[in-house]
Design a protein around this ligand. Sequence first.
Ligand code: SAM
Ligand code: SF4
Length: 328
Amino acid sequence: MTGLYDSFQRPINYLRISVTDRCNLRCIYCMPEGGISQLPHNQILTYEEIYAIAQVAVGLGITKIRITGGEPLVRLGLAKLIQMLAQIDGIDDISLTTNGILLSRYAGELKQAGLNRVNVSLDTLDAARFKRITRRNYEINQVLEGIDAAKSAGLNPVKINMVVIGGINDDEVESFAAKTVNEGWHVRFIEFMPTPGLNNPASYFVAAADIKERLEPLGSLEPCRPQVGNGPARYFRLPQAKGTVGFITPLSHHFCFHCNRLRLTADGGLRPCLLSDYEVDLRRPLRRGIAPAEIKKLIETAVKNKPLRHHLAEGGAPKGRSMTQVGG
Ligand code: SAM
Ligand code: SF4
C-alpha cells in the first residue's frame, strides 16, 4: 500500500495549515470578545518552515492543502506561501478558508500564486446581525464583495460556510438555501461545536435534521450523485438550483470514520484530530535543524496516534486550544 495510512487504515491525504492565531473578527462561537492570548511572533512558523513540513508531508502522501487560521488573510504576504506550496510536486489542490473581510483585496493575487479555491465563512445576510455575531466594526458588504472577487478571480467553487447558531441565526437557513437557487451559491450548514474556554449555551446547537426540516417548504433536497468532494460535507440540491446545500455534522453524525486530515497549528503542532488535545511538536525539532527523514518520522508518529473518533457527543471536548488556534 503506498501513501499515508493511520492505525485504522484510513488514508491520510489532507493537511490543514493554520498560518496565524490572529483574527480581525471575534465570532461569538469561536473567540472571546477580548481575544485570546496570542502566540509570540517568534513561535509562529515562518513560511520557509511551513514549506519544509509540507514538502515532507507531500512526500508521504498528502495531496491536498487548506490554508486557515485565525484569519489567514491577516498574515502578511500569504500569496508568497501559496506560491511556494504550489511548486511542490504532488499537490493537486490548494484551498483557503477565510472570513472574507480582506478577500476582495487579495483574491486576484492569490489565484495567480496558485490558490485553487476558497471557502468563505458567513453566518448571516443581515448587516446589523453581522456586527453582532462578529463583534467588530466591519461591514457585511466587505465579505459579499470578497465573494464576488473570488468568483471573478476564478477561485471556484466558492463555498459559503454558515455555522447555524440556535436563537441567533437559525431563522436565516431558508434565505441561505434560497441563494443556491437564485444565485448559484454553494452553501454549507455547519453544526455548532462547543469551543474550549467559551461558555456558549447548549441552545446554540441545531442539528442538521432540524435544518433540513426548515428547508422542506423550498422543495425536496436531492442528494448530489456522485457526492462532491472528499470532505465531511454531504451535498444536496434544491429543485432548479445551480448551487448546492451541504451539511457538516460533527455532532449529530460524526464523520470520523472517513477522516483523512492532519492539522498543523500556527506554532508548529501537528494534530491528527481537531477535537483531541494530542499533538506532535514540529517547531522545536525543526529549529534544532533535524533532517527531513526525522520530520517524516514525527509526521508518521502523529498519524499513528490519530484517534478513531472524537467524543464530543459524550461530553469529551478538548481542553486545550480554541478553534482559532487549531484552524477549525
Ligand atoms: N477565520 C477563518 C474563517 O472564519 O473562515 C478561518 C478559521 S475558522 C476557525 C474556520 C471555520 O471554523 C469557520 O468556518 C468557522 O465558522 C468554523 N468554526 C469556528 N468555531 C466553530 C464552532 N464553535 N463550531 C462550528 N464551527 C466553528
Ligand atoms: Fe476569526 Fe474565523 Fe474564528 Fe470568526 S470563525 S473569530 S473569523 S477565526
